[in-house]
Design a protein around this ligand. Structure first.
Ligand code: ZN
Length: 422
C-alpha cells in the first residue's frame, strides 16, 4: 500500500514531519537515534559575518518494521537544502569518477547498449556519469535542477534544468523516445515523493528498459558507524530489502545488485519489468546477508550505542590533547562533516580551522552551525598544527599519503568508526 500521507515540504519554506513510512505507509515508525537539531549542511556563513538567526532542524532516524526502510523523521523544503547555487559537483572526486566509468562498463556489458539506445540520468549533476555513456557512442540526456546543470550543458551533455517528475518524464518520452536505461545515482534517497519518482521512471522506460540506482547502503552505514552521513538531504537509508519492496510496488523486479565503494559504502541495483531480464544470484546473496525483523531492531539498537560511544571517545581524545595545549585543525569540509561537528559539539574553541583544497567554494566560510573557518590548505603546511582530524575519513587511505607528501608533519586522526591516530 502506498503511503496515504506523503510529507511534502516542497513549497513550505520550512519542514514537515514524516508520520508514516515513505515506502509502504506503515505507522507508527520506531525511533532509532536522535542526533539533535542540525543546521542545513550548505548553511555556511562568511567568515567574520555578524551572527544572525538560522534555521535548525530535528535530525532523527526512524525504522519501518513492515518494509525495513530506515528514514529521516523530517522532510525539509528542497529550496533550503538544494539552493540553486548548490556547491556540490560529482566530477571532482576521483572515486566517484571511477565508479561512474565502472557503471557504464558494467551496464553496457550486461545490456549490450548501442547507438540507438537512450540513457537518461536523474539528478545528473555536472554530467560526469553520462559523459561515460556519451563517449561510448550512446545517446544521453540529463535532468538536473541546480545551476550545476549549466556545466553539463557546456560540456556537451544535453541537460534539462528542472526538478524530475511525471510531467518531465512524459516530455522526455515525447521528444526523445523511451529510454533503454534510466539512472539515478545518489538522488534516489533525496527526493521526497519517492513513488512519484518511480512512476516517472517507469513512464520513460522501454518495455525491457532498465532502471539502475545507486544509493547509500544501510549495512556499511551501520557497520562503520557512519552516522555522519545522516543529514536532511538523505531522506532514506536503503537496504536491498526495502529498495526491493519499493520497486515491487511499481512492478519492477530487481535482477542484479552489488555493493560499491562510493560515499563509504553504497549499493547499485538493476531493476526492470518482471521477466524482462534473468535474475542473477547476486540478488538472493545480498538479501540473505541483511538483518530483518527482530534482528534488524537489535542491529539498530547496537548502532545507536556505537554512535553515542564514538562521540564520547572523540571528545575525550580531544580533551586530553587540548589540556596539553595542542593545536588541532580539520581536513576537508564534506557535507558529512557538518553532522559530525554539530553532533559531537566541535567548535572554534576545539578546532582552529578546517582546510579545503585551493579553489573550493567553501573557503572563506564557516563550518555549518559553528564559527570554525574553512581556509586554503596552504595554511596547514605553513602553520603545521600538531593534530588534524580527517573529516573525509572514509577516504583517509587516499588523503593521508597526499598530505604527508605535501609536507604535513602533524598527526592525523580519523574520527569514525572510533577515533584513531593513523
Ligand atoms: Zn515501510
Amino acid at each position: 500500500m502506498r503511503p496515504s500521507k506523503v510529507a511534502r515540504a516542497a513549497g513550505t519554506g520550512a519542514s514537515v514531519p514524516i508520520e508514516c513510512c515513505q515506502i509502504c505507509g506503515h505507522a507508527p515508525l520506531d525511533a532509532v537515534l536522535s542526533l539533535g537539531y542540525m543546521p542545513p549542511v550548505n548553511q555556511m556563513v562568511r567568515i567574520g559575518e555578524v551572527p544572525r538567526q538560522q534555521p535548525w532542524f530535528p535530525t532523527t532516524l526512524l525504522h519501518c518494521r513492515n518494509c525495513e526502510l530506515v528514514q529521516l523523521g523530517l522532510a525539509v523544503d528542497p529550496v533550503i537544502i538544494f539552493p540553486p547555487e548548490y556547491p556540490y559537483t560529482s566530477g571532482t572526486t576521483k572515486l566517484l569518477r571511477d565508479n561512474f566509468a565502472d557503471l557504464q562498463r558494467e551496464s553496457a556489458s550486461i545490456l549490450g547498449l548501442g547507438a540507438d539506445d537512450l540513457v537518461v540520468d536523474i539528478g545528473s549533476n555536472d554530467g560526469t556519469l553520462l559523459s561515460n555513456f556519451k563517449n561510448a557512442g550512446i545517446r544521453v540526456l540529463g535532468i538536473e535542477p541546480t545551476d550545476v546543470g549549466d556545466i553539463a550543458n557546456q560540456r556537451g551533455i544535453p541537460t534539462i534544468k528542472r526538478f524530475f517528475g511525471i510531467e518531465v518524464a512524459r516530455e522526455v518520452k515525447r521528444k526523445h523516445g523511451p529510454a533503454s536505461v534510466v539512472t539515478a545515482a545518489n538522488c534516489f534517497a533525496h527526493i521526497e515523493d519517492v513513488h512519484a519518482i518511480v512512476d516517472g521512471i517507469v513512464e520513460m522506460l522501454k518495455d525491457n528498459g532498465v532502471f539502475i540506482s545507486e544509493s547509500h547502503y544501510l549495512i556499511p552505514l551501520l557497520e562503520a558507524v557512519q552516522y555522519d552521513t545522516v543529514y536532511h538531504e538523505h531522506l532514506r537509508y536503503y537496504s536491498l530489502v526495502s529498495l526491493q519492496h519499493l520497486l515491487e510496488m511499481h512492478d519492477l523486479e530487481v535482477f542484479h545488485a552489488r555493493p560499491i565503494p562510493s560515499h563509504g559504502g553504497s549499493i547499485r541495483v538493476y531493476a526492470a519489468r518482471h521477466g524482462a531480464h534473468v535474475v542473477q544470484d547476486s540478488v538472493q546473496r545480498m538479501l540473505s546477508a541483511e538483518p530483518r525483523g527482530e534482528a534488524m531492531t537489535k542491529r539498530l539498537a547496537a548502532f545507536r550505542r556505537d554512535v553515542i560511544l564514538s562521540k564520547l571517545r572523540l571528545l575525550s581524545m580531544l580533551r586530553e590533547l587540548k589540556e596539553k595545549g595542542a593545536r588541532i585543525a580539520g581536513i576537508s569540509a564534506p557535507s558529512r562533516a557538518s553532522t559530525l561537528v554539530n553532533y559531537v559539539g566541535l567548535d572554534e574553541g576545539l578546532i582552529d580551522y578546517v582546510c579545503e583544497i585551493a579553489g573550493s567554494l567553501k573557503i572563506g566560510r564557516c563550518m555549518p552551525g559553528t564559527q570554525i573557518p574553512v581556509v586554503d590548505e596552504a595554511r596547514l603546511f605553513s602553520e603545521q598544527p600538531d593534530w588534524a582530524i580527517v573529516f573525509s575519513w572514509h577516504i583517509a587511505d587516499e588523503l593521508a599519503p597526499k598530505l604527508k607528501d605535501k609536507g604535513f608533519r602533524g598527526q592525523l586522526i580519523t574520527p569514525l568508526p572510533s577515533p584513531k591516530v593513523i
